[in-house]
Design a protein around this ligand. Structure first.
Ligand SMILES: [Zn+2]
Length: 250
């Protein structure tokens, strides 16, 4: 009897963990995406300079309102009370490289202007109550522009009316929504790291937390050896899906 109870308990625990994992995977949250496009790239360009490079979208303006605030490159507030999460895309979070450039780009196109939205018919809101939509300025799809400029990565979360892969350009990144695996083929364990004599430019990721650090960060010394993943560059860490540590800002 006690054995049966134990089994039921384990089963419930597994179910809770599974549901948790699914809800995390479906959340419109950051993936640690970053880019190194300088915000100065757009300083001398007007909104119409940028917009004129893009064709008119086939998306339909379902509602129009004035953008009163740009939170970051993928979230804006409208004067009709709606908080808009740009559907299908993900831009760098605050504190991550590229955050300012993506935010400035959206400010230039949207802030204090009348914008249109095409709400995702398959899924109206994300879990934070933000409206999932394509943002349309002067007939152009801003979500698509973010991807083509390399300012956002594709974040496709079915069910969705929109298929962001259709908006991709040569600069487009695709979100890796899987957490980094400790068995990643590119990572090598600490006992083979003796060959890397030069300490400069070396990074250490934690396979358990998914964060990466500069080798001198205090978190590295506290990290269990089995969780250490040694990386030779920041790009390598980002490409493997690790997020930068907020303390050492690698
Ligand atoms: Zn750190």
């Amino acid at each position: 009897m006690t054995i049966a109870k134990k089994h039921i308990f384990s089963l419930i625990l597994i179910l809770i963990l599974a549901i948790g994992a699914i809800s995390i995977a479906n959340a419109y949250t950051g993936t640690g995406f970053s880019h190194n496009i300088p915000s100065s790239k757009y300083y001398d360009m007007s909104a119409s300079d940028i917009l004129s490079q893009y064709p008119d979208t086939e998306c339909h303006v379902e509602e129009s309102a004035v953008c009163t605030q740009v939170v970051d490159g993928d979230t804006i507030y409208l004067d009709n009370g709606k908080k808009i999460r740009f559907v299908g895309v993900n831009t760098p979070e605050r504190g991550v490289e590229g955050y300012i450039a993506s935010k400035n780009f959206v400010q230039k196109l949207c802030l204090n202007k009348k914008v249109g939205i095409d709400i995702d018919d398959r899924k109206h809101n994300d879990k934070y109550g933000r409206t999932l939509a394509v943002v349309i300025v002067d007939g152009k799809n801003v979500n698509e522009m973010l991807l083509k400029e390399g300012l956002a990565e594709i974040m496709y979360m079915p069910p969705s009316e929109f298929y962001p892969y259709n908006w991709a350009g040569s600069n487009t990144h695709v979100a890796d929504t899987h957490s980094p695996s400790s068995s990643s083929s590119n990572s090598y364990s600490s006992d083979t790291s003796s060959s890397s004599s030069s300490g400069s430019g070396s990074y250490v990721a934690n396979a358990n937390t998914g964060k990466f650090h500069v080798a001198s960060c205090g978190s590295v010394s506290k990290m269990s050896e089995k969780n250490k993943v040694f990386l030779s560059s920041r790009d390598e860490a980002i490409n493997q899906g690790y997020e930068p540590c907020k303390r050492c800002n690698p």
